[in-house]
Ligand binder design. Structure first.
Ligand SMILES: Cc1cc2nc3c(=O)[nH]c(=O)nc-3n(C[C@H](O)[C@H](O)[C@H](O)COP(=O)(O)O)c2cc1C
Ligand code: SF4
Length: 389
């Protein structure tokens, strides 16, 4: 069982974990999952998705180290020993370091671009690579067991993997080898620099929009390039990959199937269970093709208290090695511990796919479960509503 990365938008202004961040991770530590996959942590100021995104840097590495110590002590007291993974990111097209959009893209994409993004030059990218490398060294020193080079949900790395329209660059164009170059080169340098750390990635196997990664010309899934990339990672000794699809900014129902959309957003044509099945079936394609790699898929929270039963079947038939929960980890962080203790989950504690947590972070408020962790996050939602949002 995995706690999936879930951004809380609650760091202090310099990217350090706050008391709320600590509370969240200690709840995960008590929850009994085998992997705590930290939320997106930026490698630089200008690549933050919001002014309160975590940002690991030389001035605050000891704060992260203390948090990891506390997590290990808390988990250890209950007999748990989770693998701690940090998700390193640059928000690229979705950067908002001061709260307003400052998009930094690999190539123009008419489907995604509202404003004209700044197109990063190869020199910019080399500087960003150095930031990833320095940050991975800090991550290893701060006690993380593993480092995820995030490549999903529309942010910089997946944008580069998809950047067929990037011209006059060694990091883009029609050939997949050129588009893979920045990701794999960064991955290799991080692995050298943070030697001893397990290396992994959260990878979109299909963006499901035109001009994305893992799609044909119409934006339908085409896994040929994602398979090539996973093959490359396998040859580099990667044994763990976290699969996702879609973009929270374009087709959020793919990434996190829900019952209630964000205010003002349409209800998608696709039934949420169809979305869950797509994630399960497409993760299975990769798990079966690469049996030496442990894969976890996503979108499990929609299945509520039935998710562990479905997850057990998925593991039994070899369709995934791990089952990861995003929203449900906000709602019911102790679900795994309950399963271990009683073999049951409590239907009164599960996530109900209401999009409340997304609504909070979209409005740059601290993110958590407005339903099951009401005293803090229900109160945040009330303030938001009072502000007319
Ligand atoms: C509030 C919120 C924050 C999220 N933050 C991250 C993140 O930091 N990194 C990431 O890879 N995915 C992030 N996700 C996506 C989740 O990890 C997960 O893939 C998604 O919620 C679907 O899984 P679920 O059905 O178990 O919630 C976030 C989702 C939500 C709703
Ligand atoms: S606010 Fe709570 S119940 Fe609603 S989607 Fe988020 S985690 Fe689930």
């Amino acid at each position: 069982m995995v706690v999936q990365p879930m951004e809380g938008y609650d760091s202090d202004g310099m990217g350090s974990p706050s008391d709320l961040t600590k509370r969240r991770y200690l709840r995960f530590a008590e929850g009994g999952s085998g992997i705590i996959w930290f939320e997106a942590v930026s490698v630089c100021r200008e690549g933050r998705s919001n002014p309160h995104q975590l940002w690991l840097n030389k001035n605050n590495a000891d704060h992260f180290a203390r948090l990891n110590d506390d997590i290990r002590k808390t988990a250890g007291r209950l007999g748990f020993d989770p693998l701690l993974i940090i998700q390193l990111t640059h928000s690229g097209r979705y950067s908002k370091p001061e709260g307003k959009a400052e998009p930094l893209a690999a190539a123009p994409n008419p489907v995604l671009d509202r404003d004209k993004p700044y197109i990063l030059t190869d020199d910019d990218l080399k500087r960003i690579r150095d930031q990833y490398v320095v940050t991975s060294k800090l991550a290893a020193r701060s006690g993380f067991d593993a480092i995820d080079l995030k490549a999903c949900h529309g942010y910089l790395m997946i944008d580069l993997l998809a950047a067929k329209g990037r011209i006059n660059s060694i990091y883009g164009g029609e050939e997949p080898e050129k588009r893979f170059r920045f990701f794999l080169g960064t991955f290799d340098r991080m692995k050298d620099e943070a030697s001893g750390s397990v290396m992994t990635t959260r990878l979109n196997i299909s963006d499901l929009y035109p001009g994305g990664f893992g799609v044909d010309d119409k934006g339908n899934p085409d896994f040929s390039e994602p398979v090539m990339l996973v093959d490359e990672l396998g040859s580099r000794g990667v044994h763990l990959i976290n699969i996702s699809m879609g973009s929270p900014y374009y087709n959020a129902y793919v990434t996190r199937p829900f019952d209630t959309p964000l205010p003002g957003q349409p209800v998608p044509d696709e039934h949420p269970v169809a979305g869950v099945m797509n994630m399960i079936n497409n993760t299975a394609l990769f798990q079966k093709r690469f049996p030496d790699i442990y894969f976890t898929g996503s979108a499990w929270s929609y299945l509520r208290h039935y998710a562990p039963n479905v997850g057990a079947a998925v593991i039994k038939n070899g369709s995934a090695a791990l089952i990861g929960f995003g929203r449900n980890s906000f709602a019911y962080p102790s679900m795994t511990a309950d399963l271990i203790k009683t073999g049951r989950t409590d239907p009164a504690k599960v996530c109900i796919a209401c999009s409340g947590c997304t609504r909070l972070i979209r409005n740059m408020r601290p993110g958590g479960c407005v339903i099951r962790d009401r005293s803090i996050y229900g109160a945040e939602l009330k303030k938001l509503i009072a502000d007319g949002k």
